[in-house]
Design a protein around this ligand. Structure first.
Ligand code: NAI
Length: 306
């Protein structure tokens, strides 16, 4: 299994470390910045003697090294600065993603692509267009992270281990995301058995603002520990054909009555990528909010001018 990570910055480097630690294939780390990917791969190689893992990793600034990859993660692109929204990155990252995707199409036409760059759903849709890949092979990582954030915040509020909490977040990976309390269970028990409506709403708002909170504290750069863990979760599900249901940005072609948009939805992931888009039985209010999020994404996509 050959896994290439394009963009050896914070998320890319940590993803490489996690994948190596789990022995998930041969890893190629690629970055346009001369020396960066090479340096990180040497550093990771050195760690293998201490961690007692025998993994293969190579760092390069030559995009041709992604040839015939099975899985490609795109963690290249600009990050937002304090006060910026993910959308503010639109055209700069679109140019980067377009160039990378043309190379992916040329060098690794059979690969499964996992998008991380922001604005996530729009970059996923762009990757689908530029590569011409089948939709089940183009996956955006956003809702997995958002659900983990929601679960973490609930766990802190209730002093319950996060692993006992199941959450689902749908919609765009941005201000319009929809953490779904009605689909959130603690060991099978509904969330509203534990928390009052106002507390739940507060946690939803905190979840939506979590990325910005981290960006603002960092001053430069964005979250990377949880995002790299979420990417690893998705790759594990695909490589091991786990058929797990995880929230990812996937192309909708009529599901939820929506067409031609990539947006966060629960999907069954396994061999080949997205095996099924799971359609939740949403309430009227949830449906309306989800539709709005999808329509907003369609409008925003039109602003890509590259
Ligand atoms: P970073 O700045 O640490 O790393 C980005 C790397 O991409 C840099 O090393 C840069 O040299 C490289 N790069 C730029 N253009 C390239 C190209 N054409 N080919 C190869 N490499 C190229 O950024 P970080 O924190 O790793 O974030 C990367 C992207 O992921 C950003 O767009 C960020 O907004 C997004 N992100 C998305 C998350 C999500 O939940 N979907 C979570 C965290 C970050």
């Amino acid at each position: 299994m050959k896994i290439s990570i394009i963009g050896a910055g914070n998320v890319g480097g940590l993803t490489a470390m996690r994948l190596a630690g789990e022995g998930m294939g041969e890893i190629f780390l690629v970055d346009i910045a001369k020396g960066l990917a090479g340096a990180k791969s040497l550093d990771l190689e050195d760690a293998s003697a201490l961690l007692k893992y025998n993994y293969k990793i190579k760092g390069t600034d030559d995009i041709n090294e992604i040839k015939d990859s099975d899985i490609i993660v795109i963690t290249a692109g600009l990050t937002r600065k304090p006060g910026m929204s993910r959308l503010d990155l639109l055209n700069k990252n679109a140019q980067i993603i377009k160039d990378i995707c043309l190379n992916i199409k040329r060098l690794a036409p059979e690969s499964i692509l996992i998008m991380v760059a922001n604005p996530l759903d729009l970059m996923t849709r762009l990757a689908l267009k530029v590569t011409g890949f089948k939709p089940d092979k183009v996956i955006g990582m956003g809702a997995t992270l958002d659900a983990a954030r929601f679960a973490n915040l609930i766990s802190k509020e209730l002093n319950i281990p996060p692993g006992d909490i199941e959450t689902i977040v749908i919609g765009c990976h941005g201000e319009g995301m929809l953490p779904l309390p009605g689909f959130t269970k603690i060991k099978g028990i509904a969330l509203d058995e534990f928390l009052k409506e106002q507390n739940i709403q507060n946690l939803i708002q905190k979840t939506i603002g979590r990325g910005a909170e981290i960006v603002s504290l960092l001053g430069s750069g964005s979250a990377s520990f949880a995002p790299s863990a979420a990417v690893t979760e998705i790759i594990r599900a695909i490589i091991k054909n786990e058929k797990r249901i995880l929230g990812v940005s996937a192309y909708l072609n009529g599901e939820y009555g929506i067409k031609d948009v990539c947006i966060g939805v629960p999907c069954r992931l396994g061999k080949g990528g997205v095996q099924q888009v799971v359609e939740l039985d949403l309430s009227k209010q949830e449906k309306e909010a989800f539709l709005k999020s999808a329509n907003d994404l369609k409008e925003q996509y039109k602003n890509i001018t590259i």
